[in-house]
Design a binder for this molecule. Structure first.
Ligand code: SF4
Ligand code: SF4
Length: 335
């Protein structure tokens, strides 16, 4: 059913890219090829300016393409949002998650922290993330998990994330075992997203995906499920489907983007103030200008939300010829 734009409430969910800087250059990331936007941190003042325009805000992700912990104002940002009773979470590569940072994050009241690891060994980590920091990150996560237990606090909830590709899928069962030894109770398998309108780069190429994978891959995922079950771990695929379903193409539903709720319910705002329809779009089209729907440093959030570009985007998403970023969405990766 097409949503009538004039009835649209302002979004209650936000993705705020607290920084576009990162201390890694992972092979599946836009940053591997240089990124879309100039490197910059969002300031606390800017975050407040944006959030004050959204009185019904419920949930904020403080990540985009970059490592949030690099932003020195991150703890103050979390505190501001927690004072407003907003659910706050972010993704991190875990490299900077030292003791000081762990204590700060607990003190701020952060609700959830997602560690993107993508490997069960230093070699696997090097392959996907191009870094030698695997052991450091594992130590950080273990220490954080133990600290949360010893302080008897219930936040932040920790989870481990795995970007599955043909190059690292063999490590998935070991990854679930690792989560169990670290005391982590949630593991997520994510799909590799790649441009539909460009040859790709690094790992972000069609031939590296697990899409419609062979029997061996399915067996590895089944095995991982079993390990998760014995260990009391929740094993999920991001995007509301289970890990095996998330790797099947959307043949049964040829126009899956029509079901996508994101452009009508949330906003993704980059560190440079650009508003995008969702967090997948920067990875799925090479035409970056086509996904910029406004800029919060130039216009009010409400103006952008009901403005011409957003309305045109939502309308096109309801057709057989959707915006470029949506073309493979739900078929080549999950919604
Ligand atoms: S995937 Fe995350 S950690 Fe890796 S380069 Fe991109 S933003 Fe940084
Ligand atoms: S790219 Fe995918 S998730 Fe983003 S708006 Fe389009 S259909 Fe939705």
């Amino acid at each position: 059913m097409e949503i009538v734009n004039s009835d649209l409430e302002l979004p209650k969910h936000l993705y705020l890219e607290t920084t576009s800087r990162c201390n890694l250059r992972c092979r599946g990331c836009i940053l591997h090829r240089g990124g879309w936007e100039p490197q910059r941190d969002l300031s606390l003042k800017e975050l407040i300016m944006i959030c004050e325009q959204l009185p019904k805000l419920e949930r904020v992700a403080l990540h985009g393409i970059g490592e949030p912990i690099l932003n020195k104002e991150l703890p103050d940002m979390i505190q501001y949002l927690k004072q407003r009773k907003v659910f706050v979470f972010f993704n991190s590569n875990g490299i900077l998650l030292d003791e000081i940072c762990q204590n700060q994050l607990i003190d701020t009241g952060l609700d959830e922290l997602r560690i993107s690891l993508d490997a069960a060994s230093p070699t696997g980590y090097k392959t996907v993330r191009n870094s030698d920091k695997f052991n450091l990150i594992v130590r950080n996560v273990q220490a954080f998990s133990e600290r949360i237990t010893s302080l008897n606090v219930s936040h932040p909830k920790l989870s481990l994330w795995y970007l599955g590709t043909r190059e690292n899928i063999s490590e998935l069962p070991g990854f679930v075992r690792l989560a169990a030894t670290l005391g982590i109770t949630e593991v997520y398998l994510q799909r590799l997203v790649y441009f539909q309108d460009h040859e790709g780069y690094g790992l972000a190429r069609p031939e590296k995906t697990l899409m419609d994978s062979n029997v061996a891959v399915a067996e590895l995922i089944h095995k991982s499920y079993e390990i998760a079950k014995w260990s009391g771990i929740k094993f999920n695929a991001s995007g509301l489907s289970n890990p095996l379903e998330s790797l099947q193409t959307g043949i049964q539903n040829p126009l899956p983007w029509k079901r996508c709720y994101r452009p009508s319910t949330l906003m993704y705002i980059t560190a440079n103030g650009n508003v995008l329809p969702c967090c997948i779009s920067p990875f799925s089209t090479f035409d970056y200008d086509s996904i910029i729907l406004g800029n919060v440093f130039d216009n009010a959030v409400a103006e952008i939300w009901s403005g011409h570009r957003y309305r045109a985007f939502r309308k096109k998403r309801q057709t057989e010829n959707p915006p470029k970023c949506c073309k493979g969405c739900g078929i080549f990766w999950s919604l």
